[in-house]
Structure formats: C-alpha cells, structure tokens
Design a protein around this ligand. Structure first.
Ligand SMILES: *Cc1c(COP(=O)(O)O)cnc(C)c1O
Length: 325
C-alpha cells in the first residue's frame, strides 16, 4: 500500500500557498527566499499538525475510536489542532499538558478550551509521559481511545509530510534547500521519505528548536527511525541512516520556548518586511537560523531557499511580555 491509499481524514485546505519573500530577500541581500504557508493550513488557525492529523485521525476513524488523547507543552500547537480536529469529528478530546493551570487561559490554552477539550495538567511532563496510563483509565471505563503520539510523530504522522512534499513539488521546483523547525521529528522524516521517493536533490535542513533533543546523534537517529517506519508503513523500499539527516543544532538559543534576541529579531523582521507572523517557539528559531546563515554567506545569490512556515501563531499572544521587552 502506498501513502496515497492510506486512510485519510480531510481536515485542512490544501495546497497551502507558496510565494516569494521579496522584501526579506532584498533586505538580506542573499539568496531568493520563498515561503510555504502551512500557517494557512485551514483548521483552527493552521499549522503543520493538520497534515499529520489527516493520516492519524483517518486511522482513528477506521479503528472506530470514540475519543482522542494527545499530549504536549502548555502552549502546544499540536494539542490545539488535535482538539479542533476532534471537535470536527465529534469525538471527545483529552489533552495532557505540561505545567499547571494558568490563571488566565491564553493563546493555545484558550483555544483548547473553546474546542471543548478536557485538559489534564501534567506538571513537569511535557512530552506525553502519562499518555498510556490515561488510555488505560479510559479503556477501563469502556471507551475506545485513539492515542495520537506526542507531536503527532509516528509513521502515520510522517506521511502527512510525505504528501506535503509531493504537494510542494507541484508548486515550485529547483529549490536548493528547505529550512524548517524540527522538534518531534515527523515533519523532517516525512519530507525525507518523499525526497527519496521523488529522487529530489533539495537539501532538507531541520533547525532543532529543543535542547531536550540533546546530543545531535540521538535526535538524528529518531528522525531516521521515523522515516524508516514510515517507509515500512507504505511498503517503500527505502532506508535512512542518522548521518543522512541534516539537523542544525546551532540555533537552540536558551532552549525550548524561550525567546532571545535572535528569535525576537526574526519575528519583528518578518512582520515588518512582509506582514507575516511567526510563532515564538518554533518558526522564530528556524527563521533566526535562516537569517543567520544568509548573513554568514552560507548561500549564493542565485540559490532558491524555501522557508516552511509550520504555523504556531496563536502562541504569540501568550508571549506578549517577552516579545515587547
Ligand atoms: C510541532 C511544530 C513544529 C515541529 O514539527 P515536528 O514534526 O514536531 O518536528 C514546527 N513548528 C510548529 C509551529 C509546530 O507546532
């Protein structure tokens, strides 16, 4: 079975737009920079998780799940998009969020509540450590929960980005590099699978945004493992090794979700030159990485670089103090 024949639940509006960032490119005086607008993927203020959820919830529907569980950080975009998708499918949604209940629900937490999700605050655990225990509890009550893994990153979730690169290839060719934020890994893995399948030359540069993905080797291996399991899922005869994963660890800054000068500058620059909003946790770090690389002269002026905007904009509103300080 190839990826086109996997069960899939339509949730977003695709293809998302691709367009040049002419003002930013002129400002930086480097390569031609394009953007892929997954911040406009449609569901619940958009983002890259919609692509993964089309495959994951396609599977959930086939398994006749009667509720959805997932997990993430307090300001998880993944959880917000999952809550919206579950609402659309008329399924109760349980979210395990890191931290404790805020006094004022802001950004993604506000939206989770609007989508009617049940939030369980998980303290120190922001990576879904308690997911299986919750699934067991719901099963004991006679329910049939579907567990969407942390970040939507497993073999099925990866296929969302295999489909995405096929989509992009219809829109633009002759790209030298695609730059994107990498965190739980399926965005990177799915793109790698499609690149191999299509025989493309483009470099896939994931900007690591989470210090907990420590030791470059181990996160490279996670991404290669995801790509291998996705290949197996669709019976594609491809295999990947950690050394093939282009993961850039140079822009971790102060760590996950912490805004420093580079992230703030990236958000301001894109807002002021293009009228486009980045998010504070993922795309700001990835764009800061791209800006820094252009300034270092890492690209030639005749190269075409695409920045994949993976969404996350609602989190901006939870970071007002950090952004304007
Ligand atoms: C989840 C997320 C990412 C990272 O994608 P992974 O597939 O988890 O690596 C990047 N940007 C935003 C806005 C996200 O929400």
């Amino acid at each position: 079975m190839n990826w086109q024949h996997q069960p899939r639940q339509s949730l977003g509006f695709f293809p998302t737009p691709v367009h040049p960032l002419s003002n930013l490119s002129a400002h930086l005086a480097g390569p031609q920079i394009y953007i892929k607008r997954d911040d406009l993927s449609g569901l619940a203020l958009g983002g890259n998780k919609v692509r993964k959820l089309e495959f994951l919830l396609g599977d959930a529907m086939q398994q006749k799940a009667d509720c959805i569980i997932t997990a993430g950080a307090a300001q998880s975009n993944h959880c917000r998009q999952t809550a919206a998708a579950a609402a659309k499918l008329n399924l109760p949604c349980y979210l395990l969020l890191g931290g404790s209940a805020p006094t004022l629900a802001q950004g993604n937490v506000l939206l989770d509540k609007l989508f009617g999700a049940t939030i369980i605050w998980a303290g120190q655990q922001r990576k879904g450590e308690g997911i299986e225990e919750l699934a067991q509890q719901l099963m004991q009550k006679g329910m049939n929960p579907y567990v969407v893994p942390y970040g939507g990153s497993d073999a099925l979730g990866s296929l969302g980005f295999t489909a995405a690169l096929h989509e992009l290839q219809q829109q633009i060719d002759e790209l030298d590099e695609i730059v994107f934020a990498s965190s739980s890994g399926a965005t990177h893995a799915g793109l790698m699978l499609a690149k191999a399948e299509l025989g493309l030359e483009v470099n896939l540069r994931g900007i690591n945004i989470d210090k907990l993905n420590h030791g470059q080797q181990s996160f490279n291996q996670t991404i290669a493992d995801l790509a291998n399991s996705a290949a197996k899922q669709v019976a594609l005869d491809k295999s990947f090794t950690a050394s093939e994963v282009c993961l850039d660890d140079n822009y971790l800054g102060e760590g996950y979700g912490i805004i420093g000068d580079a992230e703030r500058e990236a958000i301001m620059l894109l807002a002021e030159t293009e009228g486009i909003l980045l998010d504070p946790v993922y795309t700001a770090k990835a764009m800061a990485g791209l800006i820094s690389r252009v300034r270092q002269g890492a690209y030639r002026s005749d190269q075409n670089i695409l920045f994949w905007h993976t969404g996350g904009t609602p989190a901006l509103f939870a970071y007002a103090d950090d952004l304007l300080s």
